[in-house]
Design a protein around this ligand. Structure first.
Ligand SMILES: NC(=O)C1=CN([C@@H]2O[C@H](COP(=O)(O)OP(=O)(O)OC[C@H]3O[C@@H](n4cnc5c(N)ncnc54)[C@H](OP(=O)(O)O)[C@@H]3O)[C@@H](O)[C@H]2O)[C@@H](O)CC1
Ligand SMILES: [K+]
Length: 569
């Protein structure tokens, strides 16, 4: 479970190292530049041999300082390096100025402008050292223009090799806290492939708009930043490499993957901790609802999944199947009496009970062995569903822990007119699993357009939603965010080498709700649902990736046994 840092947290670690006297800013900058060059050669071994051509674009801060180090190190290897600086050398911060001077003794520093940057033959490598963690507003148009001008240079002579782009710390324009691209409004251009059609001021509003600045490889330092993992593909960072620049001793210890996360640091859900994959018995093993030797099925909990009327039971059956496969000892589907025949024909290991209304649910939930309830998928939008939600939440037994309640789909939308009525029902063992549309109905002021306009990230918005709701909220997307009322937050990113595009299929969300319910049904589950929700998000994507192309929602629960075997469980 890797940690993700905000720009401010990264600066604090850097400052702690410098204040200790163990490292100077100059040393860190030298290590950062060296790490980028090493990462380039690892990624593109053909560049490690022989002499090549590079264009280095340097910005007005320490990101630019790293660029001067890279230029010097490439030139020392015999590369032909052109360097352009945005801004006045006399205004560079001291460490960057020192690196500027070292480079200036080796080669020219040219002012950055699209015209000058566009002249010359296509380089083998474009180094984007314009802006990093210090970005505070949309980048200047000249920076975007110069970047594009270099990229569009024509190949010289017989060369046909591509221009690879490496970004130092982040592709310039990426807000390292929110993942938004802070770009200037650019003029509409005439429909050529790769052209910018429209870029809203200050933000890339749609994943369909091509990015004027992006990288093939981004090399960030010490730990990834939140912004690298927030957003939709294609990710402007391209591929992400994290370079050790000797700051580990000045950082705090990470929370254990098997424990709820702390409120201070956002964590990236996954098996990687301290740069290496954890064995399955360390994570997610301890958070799974697995059979112990000699344990009764009730020791793994009993999940109840509510289903809608005739012809609408498929979503609940998917959720129920997922709850059973993920480890609940027993799963019961409760449906309106008129849908009983349909469900009976489709269920075997999953039990079935008729359920007329909210009053009947309250009565059913006097059975304390029902340790988790999942409701929403296919339930229908309206007052009847809202009443079922109230009954499910109100009947939480106090001991040993309140019953877990997972609310998805129609259970959320039924409160679109009165979200406060939902929040009044919820307790700390509830989990809401909205997609962006459902989230917008419950938290209109935290929805994507509103939060972007305020410069608020998806993580901050989800934290605010969890605090308001008083329970854990999982906000779906390729960059799923999980937040709990105390401020704990995680990102599960189905991005980069964990992309799972075939997960965009009908019913996949119902399966996720069922997986969460199945894990939380365990009497051994933590009081905080957060770490179990993290595991469910991970298993969901892992099952999709394990199954691969052609996936439909039914395949997700059926792939879980293979995922568990692959984990060595
Ligand atoms: N932390 C570490 O451990 C290490 C950090 N290192 C490196 O330092 C980088 C962070 O450096 P940084 O703090 O100087 O910020 P950086 O991204 O260069 O930009 C700041 C400059 O840009 C300016 N500026 C901002 N936005 C602007 C805009 N839209 N348009 C125009 N100007 C704008 C801003 O000006 P101001 O806002 O003050 O007016 C300021 O001059 C980090 O990403 C990494 O590469 C490594 O060397 C070693 C280890
Ligand atoms: K950069």
């Amino acid at each position: 479970m890797a940690e993700l840092l905000t720009s401010a947290q990264m600066r604090a670690v850097e400052q702690a190292a410098i204040a200790s006297g163990s490292s100077s800013g100059l040393t860190l900058m030298e290590r950062a530049g060296r790490a980028v060059v090493d990462a380039v050669f690892t990624e593109w071994p053909d560049l490690a041999e022989g002499r090549h051509r590079a264009v280095v674009l340097c910005g007005p801060g320490n990101n630019g300082g790293d660029g001067f180090v890279i230029a010097r190190r490439l030139a020392v290897r015999g590369w032909q390096v052109e360097l352009f600086l945005l801004g006045d050398p006399d205004k560079l911060p001291p460490d960057a100025r020192r690196m500027h001077d070292l480079w200036a003794a080796m080669g020219p520093v040219r002012g950055l402008a699209p015209e000058s940057a566009g002249a010359g033959a296509r380089p083998d490598l474009l180094v984007d050292a314009l802006f990093g963690t210090g970005l505070s507003r949309p980048i200047p148009e000249a920076a975007v223009g110069a970047f594009r001008a270099v990229r569009e240079r024509k190949a010289g002579g017989l060369r046909t090799s591509p221009c690879r782009v490496v970004a130092v710390d982040s592709p310039s324009g990426l807000d390292c806290d929110s993942g938004e691209m802070l770009l200037p409004a650019l003029p509409q251009t005439a429909g050529r492939a790769g052209d910018v059609q429209s870029v809203a001021p200050a933000a890339r509003m749609s994943p369909d708009v091509p990015l004027p600045i992006s990288a093939d490889l981004t090399v960030t330092f010490h730990k990834p930043k939140l912004g690298h993992y927030l957003g939709h593909p294609p990710m402007p960072s391209g591929k992400l490499a994290v370079a050790d620049i000797g700051l580990a001793d000045w950082d705090r210890p990470e929370t254990l993957a098997s424990q709820p996360p702390s409120a201070e640091r956002v964590r990236l859900v996954g098996r990687i901790q301290h740069g290496a994959p954890m064995p399955g018995r360390m994570w997610p093993g301890p958070l799974l609802n697995v059979p112990g030797p000699g344990l009764h099925k009730y020791a793994r909990g009993h999940a109840l999944v509510l289903a809608g009327g005739p012809g609408r039971g498929g979503a609940a059956r998917l959720a129920a199947r997922a709850a059973l496969r993920v480890g609940a000892g027993l799963v019961t589907v409760a449906c309106p009496p008129e849908a009983q025949a349909e469900n009976a024909a489709r269920l075997d290991a999953i039990m079935l009970r008729p359920l007329a209304d909210a009053e009947a649910l309250a009565e059913m939930l006097t059975d304390r062995r029902l340790s988790a309830v999942c409701l929403g998928p296919g339930l229908g939008v309206g007052a009847a569903t809202a009443a079922l939600v109230a009954a499910a939440c109100a009947s939480a037994p106090r001991a040993p822990a309140p019953r877990a309640v997972v609310l998805d789909a129609d259970a959320l939308t039924s409160f679109a007119d009165d979200p406060d009525a939902l929040f009044a029902d919820l307790h700390a063992r509830c989990v809401l699993t909205p997609h962006e549309g459902e989230f917008a109905r419950l938290f209109p002021d935290l929805a994507a357009p509103a939060r972007r306009a305020r410069g608020q990230s998806k993580v901050e918005a989800c934290r605010a939603a969890a605090a308001r709701a008083g329970c854990t909220v999982l906000l779906k997307g390729p960059d799923t965010v999980i937040a709990s009322p105390g401020g704990a937050a995680s990102i599960h990113a189905a991005l980069y080498d964990r992309a799972a595009p075939w997960l965009g299929t009908a019913g996949a969300g119902d399966v996720l709700a069922g997986m969460i319910a199945g894990l939380l049904a365990s009497p051994q589950a933590f009081a905080s649902p957060h770490p179990h929700v993290e595991v469910a998000a991970w298993l969901h994507v892992e099952a999709a990736r394990t199954f691969g192309p052609g996936l439909i929602a039914e395949d997700l629960p059926e792939t879980l046994p293979r995922v568990f075997r692959d984990l060595g469980l």
